[in-house]
Design a protein around this ligand. Structure first.
Ligand code: PMP
Length: 397
C-alpha cells in the first residue's frame, strides 16, 4: 500500500536541528531554530514558569477533564490584556480561542478565512517558511508583497506600500506584529501608522502574527504597538498569539486566537464558528501550558518576575548583537555590518549568500537556514568569536 510513497524532504529548520545533533564535530554551533539559549548554550526554563508549574501541579482542585473547545473562559482576560485595553475587552468585541501555539492559531485562522470566502492571503517577502504552506493547506491562494530591501539591508517600505495598493478589498494581509522573522526588521511607528491607514483604505483583512511580543524591546507594550494601532483604527482583524518564545513554553503548544470584531454580536458569531473548526480539528486544547500562563499572569509576584525575565532574555540577545558586530568589524570583513545591531528580535538576516551559508554549515559546522538567517539566541560569549571568524572566512571566499 505504501510502496509508492516517496521520501519527503526534511523540514528546512527542524531538519537542521537533527543534523546538528548528529554532527560529531567538537566545535559546532546551532543558530538555526528560534529558541532561547542561556550563556552556556542551554535551553532555559523561565523561573517564573517553573514556579507557576509547581503551583499548578500541586493544585488539588484541578482535574484532567477535557477543557472547553475554546479554552477556559477565565483564562481569556489575562491573555487579552497583554494586547488590548480594558474598555475594548469589556465591550465583548473580541472573540478569543485558546489554540495550539502560534502555528495552531494560524491553522484555525486560515480555515476560518476559507470559510468566510476569502480567496487570497498576502505574505511579506520573505516570511516564516511555514506561512504559505499553512494558507495553501487551507486552499487559499498565497502571494507576496515586498518587504526586505537587499541593498539597504532593511525594510523596503515603498515597495511594501506599493504592494498594498495592489491588494483587493476582502483579501487578507499577513503582518508580523513585532520582530519580523526572518529579517529582524520592523516598520517604524510612523510607518506602521501608514500601513494601518492603507489596510483600512483598501478594506483588507489584517492578520497579525504575534510570535515575539516582549522579545524585541523587552517591553510588552512597546512590542504591542502595531496591535494597538490596528485596534484603535476600529478595523476588524485577526491575531495569532504565541507563548512559545516569550514564556519559553515551546513544547507546551500554548497560544491564543483573537478576532477583533465590530460588535459583540459579531464576536459571538465568530467564536461559535471558530469553535466548530477547533472541534473538528482536535476537539479541545491541552490544559497544562494554559494553566501555567494563567498562573504567571494572575499572580502579581510571578508576573513581575516574568516581565524581568523577558527583559533579561531580550537584553542578552542585544548584547550578542553588539558582540558579533564588534568581532566581525574587528576583522575588517568586507561589507557593512550595522544591520546586525540595527535588526531586532531573535534573528539576524546576515545577508550571506547561499554558497556562503553552505560553507558555514559544511565547513564550520555552524547551522543556519539557507536564507542566511541566524538565531541570535544561539550565540554566547563562548562561541561568538568562532562564528565571527567563520563569517569572515565565508565572506572572503
Ligand atoms: N510565526 C512566526 C513568525 C514564527 O517565527 C513562529 C515560530 N518560529 C511561529 C509563528 C509559530 O511558533 P509556535 O507554533 O511555536 O508558536
Amino acid at each position: 500500500i505504501f510502496a509508492s510513497i516517496s521520501q519527503a524532504p526534511a523540514d528546512p529548520i527542524l531538519g537542521l536541528v537533527s543534523r546538528f545533533k548528529a554532527d560529531p564535530a567538537k566545535k559546532k554551533v546551532n543558530l538555526s531554530v528560534g529558541a532561547y539559549r542561556t550563556e552556556e548554550g542551554k535551553p532555559w526554563i523561565l523561573p517564573s514558569v517553573a514556579e507557576a508549574e509547581k503551583m499548578v501541579v500541586n493544585d488539588t482542585t484541578q482535574d484532567k477533564e477535557y477543557q472547553p473547545i475554546d479554552g477556559k473562559p477565565e483564562y481569556k482576560r489575562p491573555v487579552q490584556e497583554l494586547i488590548f485595553n480594558g474598555d475594548i475587552i469589556d465591550s465583548g468585541c473580541i472573540a478569543t480561542v485558546q489554540a495550539l501555539s502560534g502555528t495552531g492559531s494560524l491553522q484555525c485562522i486560515a480555515q476560518f478565512l476559507k470559510f468566510m470566502g476569502v480567496t487570497k492571503v498576502w505574505c511579506p517577502n520573505p516570511t516564516w517558511g511555514n506561512h504559505p504552506k499553512i494558507f495553501q493547506r487551507a486552499l487559499l491562494e498565497c502571494d507576496t508583497y515586498p518587504y526586505w530591501h537587499q541593498e539597504k539591508r532593511g525594510l523596503d517600505f515603498d515597495g511594501m506600500m506599493a504592494g498594498i495598493e495592489k491588494m483587493k478589498e476582502g483579501e487578507c494581509i499577513l503582518l508580523h506584529a513585532v520582530a519580523h522573522n526572518p529579517t529582524g526588521v520592523d516598520p517604524t511607528p510612523d510607518q506602521w501608522q501608514k500601513i494601518v491607514a492603507a489596510c483600512k483604505a483598501r478594506k483588507l483583512i489584517p492578520l497579525l502574527d504575534n510570535a515575539y511580543q516582549g522579545y524585541a524591546s523587552g517591553e510588552l507594550a512597546k512590542d504591542g504597538y502595531s496591535q494597538q494601532l490596528f485596534t484603535q483604527s476600529g478595523m476588524e482583524f485577526f491575531i495569532a498569539q504565541s507563548f512559545a518564545k516569550n514564556f519559553g513554553l515551546y513544547g507546551e503548544r500554548i497560544g491564543y486566537i483573537h478576532v477583533r470584531c465590530a460588535s459583540k454580536d459579531a464576536a459571538d458569531a465568530v467564536l461559535s464558528q471558530m469553535k466548530i473548526i477547533v472541534r473538528q480539528a482536535y476537539s479541545s486544547p491541552p490544559q497544562h501550558g494554559a494553566a501555567i500562563v494563567n498562573k504567571v499572569l494572575t499572580t502579581p509576584a510571578l508576573k513581575e518576575m516574568w516581565l524581568k525575565e523577558l527583559t533579561f532574555m531580550s537584553n542578552r540577545i542585544i548584547d550578542m548583537r553588539v558582540a558579533l558586530r564588534k568581532a566581525i568589524e574587528a576583522k575588517g570583513t568586507p561589507g557593512t555590518w550595522n544591520h546586525v545591531t540595527d535588526q531586532i528580535g531573535m534573528f539576524t538576516f546576515t545577508g550571506l549568500s547561499k554558497d556562503q551559508v553552505m560553507r558555514m554549515v559544511e565547513e564550520f559546522h555552524i547551522y543556519m537556514t539557507g536564507d542566511g538567517r541566524i538565531s541570535m539566541a544561539g550565540l554566547n560569549p563562548g562561541n561568538v568569536e568562532y562564528v565571527a571568524d567563520s563569517i569572515d572566512k565565508a565572506v572572503r571566499g
